[in-house]
Structure formats: structure tokens, C-alpha cells
Ligand binder design. Structure first.
Ligand SMILES: Nc1ncnc2c1ncn2[C@@H]1O[C@H](COP(=O)(O)OP(=O)(O)OP(=O)(O)O)[C@@H](O)[C@H]1O
Length: 239
């Protein structure tokens, strides 16, 4: 997993919530253009790892490198400016603004100047949103809000997209739709970091996987190999 140069290289992350030592020396690398699945049972530290590397939660120890540059301790806005589109668990949209306003306000060129993801292209990926441009964010269904949240991240022309529980609580057809879109995003060459309860879908949509257990990495390797490793899946994911 270390043979390719890492776009994102997170090492030795230790994070506490009060006295609780949640992350205990976590390493994770995502090579450019690759998709990485972050797996582990509930409460094992997946969201905390994302929040730590994005700068929402301070790390007690550890480093974050981006394209070889040390960005440890950078705040979330600066991390976003590096080209990291973060779609948080529970959706990040402005409920009082329309679909159209939500998309337009997050538009910007990627770090390489690319504007590959335009308003029209994002809407063609999400036909449902195209039909609801004037609806307020709060009027959307949960699935539509999730699509809007992903659309907003795409409008920033990111180099890496982080999707935390993007399908949580959604109806099966919408879940399918979200996975279809994740597949398309991946095909465009954007790196992805995906957390989702459906480990099969995660492994099918990623190149690499990292499994967390109680704040430590217990397994890291190719997703296709892990999908066949029933012992490991049973041991670490209880499936
Ligand atoms: N703000 C917080 N304050 C205190 N403890 C927290 C906080 N957020 C999470 N925790 C605890 O930290 C641990 C890791 O939580 P985290 O949300 O990172 O896990 P997770 O692997 O993402 O699981 P889940 O799928 O349940 O979100 C859990 O024991 C959780 O209860």
C-alpha cells in the first residue's frame, strides 16, 4: 500500500475526547486518484479520524501531509482550500438557501485551476436536484439533501472527496443512486475516502481499505483481497 506516492498521508494520529483516548496511533495513506474505504464497527473512531485530519478536532500527536507538504494542525477551511471536499455525516447544506444557491455559493476552481465540475455537470449527475432548483434545502428529502451535499463538494472541484456515511438512513433506491454517483466520481480520477456501514459496497467501490478497531488500524490492504477474507471480516466487522 505504500508503493505509490501518497496524496494524503496521515501518520501516528492520537486524538482524545476529554480523558478518552479515541485514536491511538493511526496511519492512513491515500495515493493520488485512489479510493480508500475506512471500515470498522460503530464507535471505533472512523469519524474522529476524519475530523482529526480535517482539523475539526485537535490531534494530541500525529502528522498530516498533503502532496508531500506538512499540513498538520491546519484548520478545516485551509484543508478545504487544498482541494479536500468533505461531505460530513448528517449532511452539510444551508437549509434556508435554495438548491441552486447552495450549489452556486460553493463553486470554485480546483487547486490546479480546473473547473471540470460546473453547475450543469453537477445537475446532470443529480437529475432530482435539477427538478428542485428553487426548493429550499430544508424542503428536500433526506436523500436529496445528501445529493446536494455531495453536489456542493463537487462544485469545489476537489482533488479528494471524503464521504462519511453518505447513505445513512436513506431508502434503498436512493442508496443505489448515491453509490452510482460515487462510482462516477471515482471514474473521473478524484481520490475518495469512504465510510459506510455497508462494507460490501465500500469494498466494491474502493481500491484500498483500512479497518479500525478501538482507535487502532488492525488491517490495511487491497479492498478486493479483504472482500474475500471472511475470517478478517468476521473478526473485525462482526459479519
Ligand atoms: N464529541 C464527542 N465527545 C466525546 N466522545 C465522543 C465524541 N464523538 C465521538 N465520541 C466517542 O468516540 C468514539 C469514536 O467515535 P466515532 O464517531 O469516531 O466512531 P465511528 O467509528 O465513526 O462510529 P460511528 O459509525 O458510530 O460514527 C466513540 O466511543 C464515541 O462515543
Amino acid at each position: 500500500m505504500n508503493t505509490e506516492a501518497a496524496m494524503l498521508d496521515v501518520a501516528g494520529v492520537n486524538t482524545y475526547y476529554g480523558d478518552s483516548h479515541i485514536l491511538q496511533g493511526v496511519d492512513l495513506q491515500i495515493p493520488a486518484g485512489r479510493a480508500l474505504g475506512l471500515l470498522g464497527r460503530n464507535g471505533m473512531g472512523k469519524t474522529t479520524l476524519i475530523r482529526s485530519l480535517m482539523g475539526y478536532v485537535p490531534m494530541a500527536a500525529g502528522s498530516v501531509r498533503w502532496g508531500g507538504r506538512d499540513v498538520t494542525g491546519w484548520p478545516p477551511e485551509k484543508m478545504a482550500r487544498l482541494g479536500i471536499g468533505y461531505v460530513p455525516e448528517g449532511r452539510g447544506i444551508f437549509p434556508n438557501l435554495s438548491v441552486s444557491e447552495n450549489l452556486v455559493m460553493s463553486a470554485r476552481a480546483g487547486v490546479d485551476g480546473s473547473r471540470a465540475w460546473t453547475y450543469d455537470r453537477v445537475l446532470s449527475l443529480f437529475p432530482r436536484l435539477a427538478e428542485r432548483l428553487d426548493n429550499g434545502g430544508a424542503q428536500l428529502s433526506g436523500g436529496e439533501q445528501q445529493m446536494l451535499s455531495i453536489g456542493r463538494a463537487l462544485m469545489t472541484n476537489p482533488t479528494l472527496m471524503i464521504l462519511d456515511e453518505a447513505t445513512e438512513g436513506l431508502a434503498p433506491l436512493i442508496v443505489q443512486e448515491i453509490w452510482r454517483v460515487i462510482g462516477q466520481i471515482r471514474e473521473t480520477g478524484i481520490s475518495t475516502l469512504i465510510v459506510d456501514r455497508n462494507y460490501r459496497m465500500v469494498l466494491a467501490h474502493t481500491d484500498l481499505a483500512v479497518v479500525l478497531e478501538k482507535g487502532r488500524v488492525v488491517l490495511a490492504g487491497e479492498s478486493a483481497a479483504l472482500a474475500q477474507d471472511h475470517d478478517a471480516l468476521g473478526r473485525y466487522l462482526g459479519v
